[in-house]
Structures are given as C-alpha cells and as structure tokens.
Design a binder for this molecule. Structure first.
Ligand code: BES
Ligand code: MN
Length: 455
C-alpha cells in the first residue's frame, strides 16, 4: 500500500480523530480553560504514541507543550515540526452557526475553532507521517515534533524551553503549517511573516463615574480622550505618527515587490470578500505590500463607560484599549513599545492620567527564498495539490520562528494549507475538507522529499 492509499483507506477514522482533537476548548487566553488545555495536550501525547512516536507532555510556567520524536538514523536529516494546539477565544458566540467546540462538516468545510488555526493543520502532518510510517514501517527522516499551547498568547515560555533543550531539538530544518494558501487550489510557500508588538492603554479621569450633567464640560472624559489619542496614531496618508516608528523598518524590497505584483489580485474581489466598498491604507503601497511588508498600528478592542441596555448619562472614570502593531524585519518590539508609550504620554492632556502596559512581542520573520529545502517543499506541495506553489508573504505572526533561527540556527519552511477566508480568529472558523486532504497528502510526500536534501 502507498501512503496515499493508506490516507484514502483511513479517511473516515482520520476525520473522527480530528473531531476528537477539535472538541477540546483549548483557549490559551483564558484561565478558565486551563483544564481543557491540559486535557488537549494529553490527548495529543497519547495520540502521537499510538501513531508510533515517543511522546511527552512538558509542563511550562504557562500551558504545557507536547514533544514527540521518531528517530531512525543519525545520517538522515532531522526535521522539526512545529505547531500549536491552543486556539483563540471563540467569542462572539452568537455569531457561530454551530458551536465552536462541536465540530461539524457543512458544505465541504470542517467548522470549529482551531479547525484551521492550528489543530487541523498540525493534524495533517501527524497523519501524513503516520501514512508513511504505517506503509513502510519507518520514516525516511528523523522527526521531532513540538506542539505548544501558548502561540495565541505570544509563546512567552517556549523560548525558555528551546534554550534549555538545544540538544533535544537539534535538527536540520523546521516545518510549520500555520499560514494559508494564496487562494483556492493555489498553495503557497511563504517567505516572510510580520512581527508584532502589543500594548494596553489605560486612560484615567475622575475617581468614579460621575453625572454627565453635573460634571460634563468641566472635566476630561477618558473615552473622548482615548479616542482622540488613537486618532493621532496615523496621519491623513495612513503613515504612523509615532516618532522613530519607521527608523529600523526594512523598506519593501525589489524582489518581494515584483513577487507580490505577479500574484493574481482584483481589488473588486478583495473588497467584495470583506463586504467593503473601498480599501484603506498607507499611501504609496499596494494591498499586499500594506498587509505583508509594511508595519501597522491597530486597536484590537476599546472599552469604557456604560455599554448596557438603554441610556446612562455619565462621564466614565476610565477607558482602555488594546493595540497591536505589526512589524517588519529589523524593527524591535521592545523599542516599538517604548516609542508608542512615550508618544502617548506626550500627547496625553494633563486632565487625565495615562498608563501604557507593554506586552512585548515578536520580530518579523525572514526565511530563505531559495535553496534545496524550499525546492523539496515545493515538490511535496506539487505532489499533494497537483499544482506548483506560489511564493508569497503573510501579515500574521508566528513568534517562535525567529527563535528557531536565533537560538537553534534553523530556517523554517512555511507551508500553509488553509485559505485566507477560513475565518481564523473569527466566528465560524473552518478548514475545507479538500484542503485538509491535500494537506495530508503534502505532509505524506514531504519527508521523502526532505530526505533527499544533502546535509
Ligand atoms: N496562524 C497564525 C499566524 C498567521 C495568521 C499567519 C495569518 C499568516 C496569516 C497564528 O496562529 C497567529 O494568529 N499568531 C498570532 C500571534 C500573536 C498572538 C503573537 C497573530 O499573528 O496574531
Ligand atoms: Mn492564530
């Protein structure tokens, strides 16, 4: 039997297993899900053992990580697979057609939080490797697998684990499927990701909510002030106004500009898929340049005052918002956090107190745009999907990829199987069954291709 025949034969069982994995509410951002996270890690460890790996759950200061290994021969290349089993909070729940942790197939798509980001994609590799292992009794490469539980909350504890376990993790190349295809049956190799820097901003006014009739007009309203401060983060051309923000930002390069321009793009379709009638962004850049290769500054959520039913006439005591800035290579998240803090303090009126909580972040990722590993990955994709991959970048972040390079000296192959309209981080997250199947096939073809790379 070939690996592809094995995948075909085990189609139903494979989907049942993926459903078991998707049922864990492994939301890393919320303390109430600690038990679900731990149970999910245990399930993965047991499943990997069943497939034939040596596997173990490692506790960390935060959520546990799962490590698995299949050693064949030290002369063979060693491939480190990385992914995450934690997921984003599913809220707002009322917008889900079916419950986020009760996976369901509708219209050829698997719907569940994590179906795509990242449990579904991680599972393609587990099943792809299984298909090779079960049909040939071994693997053509040594495999190490690291599946963490804190990617969606910045992977704070993983670098510590990596530093402590350099020997354990010693490999030749990293494989990550946590990005997307460019489009329908247009698989991609991604050659860069943006970094991220996060802050939370608090604006404090009167020592309690007060009557807006009695006091309104005589004191600053923290919500008004915060909105005005947020409004001062960009100029009319969409440039970010924080002093020194662009100082280290690597300009959009010739190669990437040309590469992006080759990709099929129609502004009309892009707008339509988002329900928009106009686009918005930094003057002088194309949509892909804006979303993949230029830094940003965006509010993720803003709150303050009364939001309940009916009216309440108050001047709220405080307001706050969460801001993330997507970074490009050479920008340093710590430096960027310091700069926004300084700027916000400078523009804050004396009538309020402003606190900026800095959450740090991750640097932008650059990976090779050519070489034998990349060619091997492209061949595996061709085998799995039946078409050649395109080369693109992505605007999202995978914090640990930079550490793989800086701590372990390893390059990463970013080969994603999802779609950019699969609603990751949104209600009704999904993974097309055909993408899942082609992902499994690519994952089955990949080890043999990587085995051919001279190390
Ligand atoms: N899978 C995403 C990364 C991604 C998103 C890549 C879109 C390409 C396109 C990953 O799980 C993710 O969401 N990362 C977070 C990291 C953050 C919390 C530090 C992100 O980008 O917001
Ligand atoms: Mn994500």
């Amino acid at each position: 039997m070939t690996p592809f025949q094995y995948l075909k034969k085990t189609e139903k069982k494979r989907m049942d297993e993926l459903f078991s994995l998707l049922k864990f509410a492994s939301v890393s951002a919320k303390a109430e899900h600690k038990k679900d996270i731990a149970a999910c890690a245990r399930w993965l460890k047991d499943h990997l053992k069943q497939v034939g790996f040596k596997s173990k759950v490692y506790p960390t200061k935060g959520h546990p990580l799962v490590y698995a290994e299949y050693f064949v021969d030290k002369k063979l290349p060693t491939v480190l697979y990385y992914g995450h089993y934690d997921v984003q909070p599913p809220e707002p729940l009322d917008l889900w057609k079916t419950a986020p942790f009760k996976p369901q197939i509708r219209g050829g798509c698997i719907y569940a939080r994590g179906a795509n980001d990242n449990k579904g994609q991680v599972f393609t590799h587990i099943k792809g490797l299984e298909s090779v292992l079960k049909t040939s009794g071994t693997l053509p490469v040594n495999v190490k697998m690291l599946i963490e539980g804190e990617e969606e909350v910045h992977s704070a504890n993983l670098p510590i684990f990596i530093r402590k376990n350099r020997k354990l993790l010693k490999s030749d190349i990293v494989v990550v499927s946590d990005t997307a295809q460019f489009g329908r049956n247009l698989p991609a190799v991604t050659f860069g990701l943006r970094g991220i820097a996060s802050v939370e901003v608090y604006v404090y006014g009167p020592n309690r909510d007060v009557h807006s009739g009695s006091f309104g007009g005589a004191i600053a309203n923290p919500v008004n002030v915060l909105c005005s401060m947020v409004g001062q983060l960009h100029d009319k051309d969409g440039h970010i106004t924080i002093p020194g923000f662009y100082k280290d930002a690597r300009p959009v390069g010739k190669f990437e500009r040309a590469q992006f321009a080759r990709l099929p793009y129609k502004a009309k379709d892009y707008m339509k898929s988002l329900g928009l009638s106009a686009l918005h962004g930094e003057k002088g850049y194309s949509t892909f340049e804006r979303s993949w290769a230029r830094p940003t500054c965006d509010v993720n959520g803003i709150t303050g005052g009364y939001q309940g039913e009916g009216a309440k006439t108050i001047i709220p005591s405080y307001a706050s918002c969460k801001i993330t800035m997507r970074l490009v290579p050479n920008q340093d998240p710590k430096d960027i956090c310091n700069r926004i803090e300084k700027y916000l303090q400078k523009i804050a009126p004396k009538s309020v107190k402003v606190k900026v909580e800095k959450h740090g972040g991750a640097k932008g990722v650059v990976v090779p745009t050519e070489g034998p590993w990349l060619e091997a990955a492209a061949r595996a994709i061709k085998t799995g999907f039946g078409v050649e991959p395109v080369f693109m970048k992505e605007g999202g972040s995978i914090p640990i990829v930079v550490d793989f390079k800086e701590i372990l000296g390893l390059d990463t192959l970013l080969i994603g199987f999802g779609q950019n309209d699969d609603n990751i981080h949104s209600p009704n997250e999904r993974f097309r069954v055909t993408d899942f199947e082609r992902g499994c096939r690519t994952a089955a073809a990949l080890p043999t291709e990587l085995a051919g790379v001279k190390i």
